[in-house]
Design a protein around this ligand. Sequence first.
Ligand SMILES: O=C(O)CCC(=O)C(=O)O
Ligand SMILES: [Fe+2]
Length: 302
Amino acid sequence: MAPAISKPLLSDLVAQIGKVPLSHIRPVGDRPDLANVDNESGAGIPLIDLKKLNGPERPKVVEAIGRTCESDGFFMGMLRVAREFFHLPESERLKCYSDDPKKAIRLSTSFNVRTEKASGGHLRDGSELRALALRLLEAISESLGLERSHMVAAIGRHAQHMAVNYYPPCPQPELTYGLPGHKDPNAITLLLQDGVSGLQVQRGGRWVAVNPVPNALVINIGDQMQALSNDRYKSVLHRVIVNSAREREDLGADVLLADALADDGHPLAYRPFTFQEYYDEFWNMGLQSASCLDRFRGPEDP
Ligand SMILES: O=C(O)CCC(=O)C(=O)O
Ligand SMILES: [Fe+2]
């Protein structure tokens, strides 16, 4: 039987009332300010041919990955799954509903429904992408001047989350978000967007649109990579805005860390912590700030 939930799913609510429900309207100071988004320079987010990691040009690709991890934390590397799922009858969709953000497979309506009022429809679920993520971790190790296997070994046991995010058309996109500004808590995120824009990254204090490039993955560094690289690589603030004309979907795969610890020859910026500790803190703080890395700054015993 479908679980009883206190809030209707947002996609159904919007279709019924044709406007953003009051509960989902953001305070005036916390709205997307759509007129003030840089839609052009997102083209400057590097497009890297990952196939070349397997050939003679590997050193150049590794260097390009390192450069972009140090500056933007974002680079670029289609699906009908979400649309099919979200067009199923409500009773079928509710079978997947859970408000527990740590559950690997769940239907939800925001980043953290326990604390957030932001809009969105998300089917979080959890293969080939893992293999690519591990190859990227190898390239990232090399870009930091480490052995190819360093990051994967440092990470040790790891898990992967997969999320299918679905954003229904929103009649008043200026009043709310698809996902509010956040940094990813994991090590690395691989994202396959459909053809609809919505993802934005903060660069130099401005929001820049990461417009979809056909067949390209968007890859971004998360908090664990920032800690593992001892702050050399940055976990980057990003958000998703919605639009009134088109639904949008994407598929994201995150590599999570079990045990994060780094020493690249500099004083450690963070005290040793396990990913479980970090993940608990991240969800408990409820997106009050974009990341909780500062709470893990060390050393523990000065
Ligand atoms: O939907 C997107 O484009 C980004 C999703 C995202 O940032 C996330 O799931 O953490
Ligand atoms: Fe994200």
